[in-house]
Design a protein around this ligand. Structure first.
Ligand code: HMG
Ligand code: MG
Length: 304
């Protein structure tokens, strides 16, 4: 194992997409756009803006094109969107994303529930998306959900992650994210899932995406850093928590990861104070406190 910690980490803030997709109440496009603006003002260089999925399945993302059109882009920021199939890709492509994300799963049951098809079928759907994206110079990332545990099947073995990573590699997906969808992973299990992905992808082509349901996401981030993994998806204010849906809480808060990394002397390019302001903006809109310990601590300090 590579025990050399990275000196710089790339964070993809997935708050506007992963975070807001679970919100029951409609979040207006203008608020989503303002959130993206505040994230880029805080120094985030990668933002997952929205998804081009069925509005019947995820009504909150129905304003995808409007949000993409409203963002004032910065030349050094990359904007990504989720595209489950060719229909989604075609709608997304018109909005000129820098990267599209195909999202599969390591467990069959989650694949069926999330995207209504088997793992094998999902790969067949992704293949033309990858081909079209790459022909247009759009980067393609793959998300491997339920990489350590599945809400329907329980524990998921690293072999399942390796299997999906291999299939994604075969169809030309350039990067894979190892995703702990329900936050059940602990460091050794997450490292085993990472290893399985790293059997098919280079270190520079693998990222971590950890939901914090069981409070393990920071530990899992550190465990992955110890393997040299230097790219992570995180969500401002820990967005994604749904008070009504058991077992579904948000991604690890970007604020907490930035605090961890800066404390270890690892660069992110993010201004923590401005990030906290961005988190407070969206939390105020949603009528709750940021779901980030670091943000809470710093906001309390400011108030005092
Ligand atoms: P389906 O019903 O199997 O698709 O859904 P279909 O091809 O049979 O089409 C059915 C209808 O949907 C048709 O419309 C299509 O036009 C329409 P109708 O003729 O009935 O009016 N349709 C679409 N509309 C808009 N955009 C599209 C699209 N595709 C078909 N792209 C589908 C398959 C994948 C579309 C559906 O299951 C879906 O939208 N699922 C949403 C899944 C989702 O967004 N999940 C959350 C994101 S993933 C995630 O959060 C995990 C991640 O964070 C990592 C982790 O934490 O694990 C990434
Ligand atoms: Mg997620």
């Amino acid at each position: 194992m590579n025990m050399q910690l990275p000196t710089r980490v790339k964070l993809v803030d997935v708050g506007p997409r992963d975070g807001l997709q679970n919100e029951k109440g409609t979040v207006p496009a203008a608020v989503k756009i303002e959130l993206v603006h505040r994230l880029q003002a805080a120094g985030l260089k990668e933002i997952e803006v929205t998804s081009f999925v069925s509005p019947k399945w995820v009504p909150q993302m129905a304003d995808n094109a409007e949000v993409m059109a409203g963002v004032q882009r910065q030349p050094d920021v990359r904007y990504s969107v989720l595209t489950p199939n060719l229909k989604g890709f075609e709608a997304a492509a018109a909005c000129r994303p820098d990267e599209v994300v195909v999202f599969g799963a390591a467990s069959e049951a989650f694949s069926q529930r999330n995207i209504n098809c088997s793992i094998a079928e999902s790969i067949e759907r992704f293949a033309p998306v990858v081909e079209a994206a790459r022909a247009q110079g759009i980067a393609v990332r793959g998300a491997i959900s339920t990489a350590v545990g599945c809400p329907y099947e329980g524990e998921v073995s690293p072999e399942r992650v390796g299997y999906v990573a291999r299939l994604m590699k075969q169809i030309g997906v350039q990067h894979v994210g190892v995703c702990d969808t329900i936050g059940v992973g602990t460091p050794r299990k997450v490292q085993a899932a990472m290893e399985a992905a790293l059997a098919h992808y280079e270190l520079d082509e693998v990222s971590g995406h950890f939901h914090d349901t069981y409070g393990q996401a920071l530990a899992n981030t550190l465990a992955s850093l110890e393997m040299g993994v230097w790219q992570y998806d995180t969500s401002v204010a820990g967005l994604g928590g749904c008070p009504y849906a058991k077992g579904a809480t948000g991604n690890v808060a970007t604020e907490d990861v930035v605090y961890l990394l800066h404390g270890m002397g690892i660069e992110t390019g993010v201004d923590l104070d401005r990030l906290i302001d961005a988190g407070q903006y969206i939390s105020d809109f949603l009528g709750r406190k940021p779901n980030s310990r670091a943000a809470t601590a710093i906001l309390n300090k400011r108030a005092g």
